[in-house]
Design a protein around this ligand. Structure first.
Ligand SMILES: *[C@@H]1O[C@H](CO)[C@@H](O)[C@H](O)[C@H]1NC(C)=O
Length: 404
C-alpha cells in the first residue's frame, strides 16, 4: 500500500466460515491457498454520508512530515485471515505487496477508539500476548509511518499461521498506537509481502521465512471481479508455492524486477485512446493499493479520453455508469500489451447520481520513491500477478472472472 494513496478496507461480512483451510481448495504438498475477501468501500460509504471531504481533510492535516509514503489506506481492498499465538488468535489483515512487515494491534496497550474501531465502521481483534504461551516480547520499538499517521509499538515474536502454513518464530509489530484512519477500517493489521529491503527494522518478512516450506518459491495473487465489488464479498485467492492454474490463464509473461524493495519493474509505454507515452517508466505492483496512480499527464489523458469529470469534493474522477465505448488503458510491459478494459477500471460505488468512479488517481508525488505508477488492485484484478521471489521477476496472466 502506498501511503500517500487511497486504499480501502474491508469488513468481514460472513458469519463463521472455516478460513484456514477452505474445504473447496484442494491441498497439494508445498502449495497453500489463502482465501481473500473484498471489503466494502469506505470511500463509497463516506461519500454517500457526505463525510468524505472532511475525512480527506483530516487525513491531510494529520499527515506526518517527512514520512515514508507507504500505505494508502482508504478504499476497497482485500482482506485475509491469519492467526498468531498459541492457542491461535485470529486476525483479519490486508495482504500487502507494497510493504514488508507484519503487525497487529496490542490488546493490552492500544485502547483508544481507533484501536477498537469506530462503531459502524469496524471492530478490531487485538492480540492479547498474555494469552499466548509462545509469545516473546523483543522490546525494540517499531514505527511505521503512513501518509495519514503512524503505527507505533514494539517488536515481538510468535507463531504466525495462515493458509495451512505456519511460521514458528515470526517477528512482528505489536502496535500500541495506530493511525486514526485504521479505526474506520475493518483490518486488525497488515501482512507485508514485499522484499526484505523494504522491511522496517530489518525484520525478516513472512515470505522469506516461508520459502523453505513452499513447493515453488513464489506466490500468485488472483483477485475476483464482481459487478458490485465496492460492496465486498468473496475476493479471490493467494496461492503460496505455486502458480494458480485454476483462476489464471496458462500463458504467463514474466519481466525482471528493476528493484527488489517494492515489486518494481519497468513499463515501456502507456496509452489510452489517442494518447501515447513511449517513455519507459517505473511501476510497482501493490495489492495494498486499490486503484491505479500515475503521472499527471497520463491521468489527464485518461480523463480526457473517457470524458471523465473530476469531482473536486470527493477527489475522484467519474463517468456516467451508462457510458459505453470507453478506451482501454494499455500498459506495455516487456513488449506485451496489457489492456485494462472499462469493465475493470470503472467502479460503481453507488454514488447515487448515476455516476461511477474511475479507479484512478494522480500519483505525481510518487517519484520520490523511485517509481511513477502504482498498479493497484484494478490492474491485479485484470491480470493475475505471479510474484517470483527466487526468480527476481514478476509474471502476468489473464485472470478468469465469472462475475462480470
Ligand atoms: C475470516 O474469518 C471470519 C470470521 O471467522 C469469516 O467470517 C471470514 O469469512 C473469513 N474470511 C476469509 C477471507 O476467509
Amino acid at each position: 500500500m502506498n501511503l500517500l494513496f487511497p486504499l480501502t478496507f474491508f469488513v468481514a461480512l460472513c458469519p463463521l466460515v472455516l478460513w484456514a483451510m477452505p474445504l473447496d481448495l484442494k491441498q497439494e504438498p508445498g502449495v497453500y491457498r489463502m482465501k481473500i475477501q473484498n471489503t466494502p468501500s469506505l470511500r463509497a460509504k463516506l461519500i454517500k454520508e457526505g463525510k468524505w471531504k472532511h475525512f480527506l481533510e483530516e487525513l491531510h492535516t494529520n499527515k506526518a512530515s517527512g514520512s515514508q509514503p507507504f500505505i494508502d489506506y482508504y478504499d476497497d481492498f482485500y482482506l485475509a485471515n491469519v492467526t498468531t499465538g498459541t492457542p491461535p488468535q485470529q486476525f483479519t489483515i490486508a495482504p500487502d505487496t507494497g510493504s514488508s512487515n507484519y503487525w497487529i494491534i496490542d490488546a493490552n496497550k492500544c485502547k483508544n477508539q481507533a484501536c477498537q474501531g469506530y462503531p459502524g465502521y469496524a471492530s478490531h481483534n487485538r492480540f492479547d500476548s498474555t494469552k499466548s504461551t509462545t509469545f516473546k516480547n523483543l522490546g525494540t520499538p517499531f514505527s511505521i509511518q503512513y501518509g495519514s499517521g503512524s503505527c507505533d509499538g514494539t517488536l515481538a515474536v510468535d507463531v504466525l499461521s495462515f493458509a495451512g502454513l505456519s511460521i514458528p518464530t515470526q517477528t512482528f509489530g505489536l502496535a500500541s498506537s495506530i493511525a486514526d484512519v485504521f479505526g474506520y477500517q475493518p483490518i486488525d493489521g497488515i501482512m507485508g509481502l514485499g522484499w526484505p529491503a523494504l522491511a522496517i527494522d530489518n525484520v525478516v518478512p513472512p515470505m522469506q521465512n516461508l520459502l523453505s516450506q513452499l513447493n515453488k518459491p513464489l506466490f500468485t495473487v488472483w483477485l475476483d471481479r464482481h459487478v458490485q465489488i465496492s460492496q465486498g464479498g468473496s475476493g479471490g485467492v493467494i496461492t503460496y508455492g505455486d502458480i494458480d492454474t485454476t483462476n489464471c490463464d496458462a500463458t504467463i509473461n514474466y519481466v525482471p524486477l528493476s528493484s527488489k524493495r517494492y515489486w518494481q519493474f519497468s513499463i515501456a509505454s502507456f496509452s489510452v485512446g489517442t494518447y501515447s507515452n513511449k517513455r519507459q517508466a517505473q511501476v510497482i505492483s501493490d495489492t495494498g493499493t486499490s486503484w491505479i496512480y500515475g503521472p499527471t499527464a497520463a491521468v489527464d489523458a485518461i480523463a480526457q479520453a473517457t470524458n471523465a469529470i473530476y469531482d473536486d469534493d470527493n477527489g475522484i474522477y467519474t463517468v456516467p455508469c451508462t457510458a459505453t465505448g470507453l478506451p482501454d488503458w494499455v500498459f506495455n510491459i516487456g513488449g506485451i500489451n496489457y489492456n485494462i478494459p472499462s469493465s475493470e477500471y470503472v467502479l460503481d460505488l453507488e454514488l447515487g447520481d448515476g455516476n461511477c468512479a474511475l479507479t484512478l488517481g494522480d500519483g505525481s508525488d510518487l517519484a520520490v520513491d523511485g517509481f511513477q505508477w502504482i498498479l493497484g488492485d484494478t490492474f491485479i484484478r485484470t491480470y493475475c500477478n505471479i510474484y517470483d521471489i527466487a526468480g527476481g521477476r514478476i509474471g502476468f496472466a489473464k485472470a478468469h472472472h465469472t462475475g462480470v
